[in-house]
Design a protein around this ligand. Sequence first.
Ligand code: ATP
Length: 886
Amino acid sequence: MTDLITTHANADFDALASMVAARKLYPGARLVLPGSQERAVREFMSLCSDLVKIEYEKDASLENVTRLIIVETRLKSRIGKMAQLVGKKGVEVHIYDHHPRTDGDVKAAKDIYKKTGASTTILVELIKDREIKISPLEATIMALGIYEDTGSLTFPTTTREDVDMVSFLISNGADLHLVSSYLRGELTEKELRLLALLIQSTEVHVINSVHVAIAAITSEEYVDDLSLLAHKLEDAENFNLIFLMVQTRDRVQFIARSALPFVNVSKVAALFGGGGHPSASGAVIRDMNLVEAKAKLIEYLRSHIHSDIKAKELVTGKPVELKIDEPVSGASEKLVKALCEYAVIKDNGQVEGITSLKDLDRAVSLGFGHARVKGYMSRKIFPVKPDTSIYAIQDMIQEKDVGCVPVFDGGNLLGLVTRSDVLRAFHGRLFAAAAGGELKEPRGVTVNITPRIKKTFPAKMAELLRFAGRLAEETGFTAFAVGGFVRDLLLGVVNFDVDIVIEGNAIEYAKRLSKELCGVYVYHKRFGTATVFCPCPAGIAPSRSSGGKFRIDIAMTRTEIYEKPAALPTVKFGPIENDLYRRDFTINAMAFRLSRHHFGELLDPFNGRADLKDGTIRALHDLSFVDDPTRIFRAVRFEQRFDFKIEPRTENLIKKAVGLKMVDRTQKQRIREELIAILSEEKPLKAVRRLSELNELRFIDPDLTLKSKNIELFSAAEEALAWYDNTHTGNRHALERWLVYLAVLLDELDPAQVKKICGDFVFRKADAAKIISYKKNADRVLAAISKKEKLRASEVYGHLEGLSHEVMVALMAKTPSQAARRRIMSYMTKYAHVKLDLRGDDLKKAGIEPGPHFKELIKKTLHAKLDGKIKTKDGELAFALQHYRR
Ligand code: ATP
């Protein structure tokens, strides 16, 4: 008797491990793999090919096989040429699989099915029961199988048996180091590229009210691990139902994922001859091209996606009931306490109407808290029955434009179904939040940071934030403080740059806020954002670049879609969760609520607070730097500013994006802004060094590297700037520190290269002029003012006159000459302030004809004053006249 064990093509670790486990039950059986395998599996097998003997179908003979053992699938179409053995006389078939049985399955003499997270688990249980000995290597392979198919025991499909068998395998010597090194985490460059293509091609179809994402692309080569990409795409884009199709030369790879209980994607895969689980399935399509397969998919979904959810399943409990003559303010409190958006209003036991928290709150804010709820309810109610379908409810909510419908079982009120309930059922939590008024789930609230706000800011600031929240509510919107402002607050850093996001119309809100605060607002049309400038409240310093005013930046909460890597994203309205997800790092992806009843509640979906504590910079997802390569500079900037560490996975993602030369595809102006931001940091050298380590100075100029000379120049620039700050205290911000650092960074390049950089990065004219002036004048001026012999003040003045402060500070950094440095200092602190008392009018009155010589005369007189030759206004006039006559 010859036993042959096989599994499905494109074997993953669960398939491989199931085969290895099956051989323990069928000692002496041959293991034959059909088709190709996932990349990680191939790599693993090449490592242990001597220890685990495996044949490939192309070399395997099927002669004399009397028993075929199929694991991890029960579909004939997935086992390659071993399908020839199915139904062959004299061949008995045994199956071990955790996929639910379907009609098209291979008929087997023995068919073991169990609902476990991994097929391996079923086989390991048998091994354990029969007390069969296994080696540590076998235990490791089997553990890999279970870990992989259960997402390291985290997928909802994981069962207690999976966990128990992992523990059995560990006690049999499974090596978890090896396991974790093979479990796929990061994407390769090729996969990153493919993922970017998939994202780019994703179309969202609304089919029978369900959002369906379909990504269809053509690829030169077969994609090893499409299911991993599906997983990443699901994660990155939060789709609840996704279909991926990749056309290679002779086939279309198909993968489907569903997080919706009423869409079983194993049935969809069956349409193409594949199979799987209700939530994850796949197929290899050979008889259709991409276009045909996609059309067939959509046609099928149109007639098959139907939710059978009924009203009774959507109701989440007894509604809040109010009496018709209750005062509005008390009623509003009741709803807030019950975390409900709507309440029914009863009179004599009969439902008379429905009211919403929003309406009640609006009444309170307008001063009608004492009024009766009767005046703030809608008498138009549209009752539904417990068996009414979700589609009918959805139509009713839309047509009648109501926020909810009551569900009656005869005369008995079961509860309310709200618009959010319907959206949540169709699209999961994220979309539900977009409907607004999401009170049932506190959206990952972890902590209330009001005490920290009080501790960090003057009282007026907290007042202002509360006011901003209240105003949003009055307008029917929800407001959050977000981003760097929240990060700094948690770090205890006082930052008055308030960033507010609004679930609602941000511009309308900005208009109202500026009016209430007696300020003005500026609308940034290109970004759909606004800035409000208002008088500074007591104790609050004006923010940077706000001309002495207090500044509040306002944007709507949005979802960003990166249609092309490195290009600017398409932006549309989305709930706060999406808004946080589009941000750069976990520490910048936190918000807190400004609304009255939830003021200070922190939203921290990515554990940014923990990363702040640990000092970690962490990207939110694998595509972060592909989507927006400017984040590379931001990561480096925050790492150095806070003395944090970019965590290893994020650093790897950066390295991959650097390898893909993503920065070259980014708008140069955006990179310029990030470069300016880095060079504006208190100590930019650290960040520049880090960029150089990551080989990202290359983006400025291919020849630019950080040499020890530049490093010395940076330190010298720091000292020169420190001197400048001390001597120009009132005037510190007039000097653009970043220009000084840029000048020293570019010191090694020749003038033509520097000019090109200024043009390429579109530096502002005045800034470019300063950088170029440094390049052009540095050597000449320094040679002139470094002379050992005495120079008159007027001579120093003549050399330095007209140079900007930035250029002079950069010259101070560059020169090794003490004398030159002293002369520049004297110029900036003394000579530059010497002015003549003599005016042009005085010269005219003294009989000097106006003309070009005026200027020359004034200059000579000034030089004489600088050199101490004249002290008084009369002296100045006498000197001028004397020279005029000459
Ligand atoms: P700083 O203290 O340097 O001003 P910041 O975090 O406030 O730091 P901003 O550039 O003002 O930086 O950005 C405000 C917020 O916008 C950030 O905290 C982050 O949430 C988000 N953000 C800015 N740039 C990006 C980007 N390129 N990608 C994703 N999110 C970004």
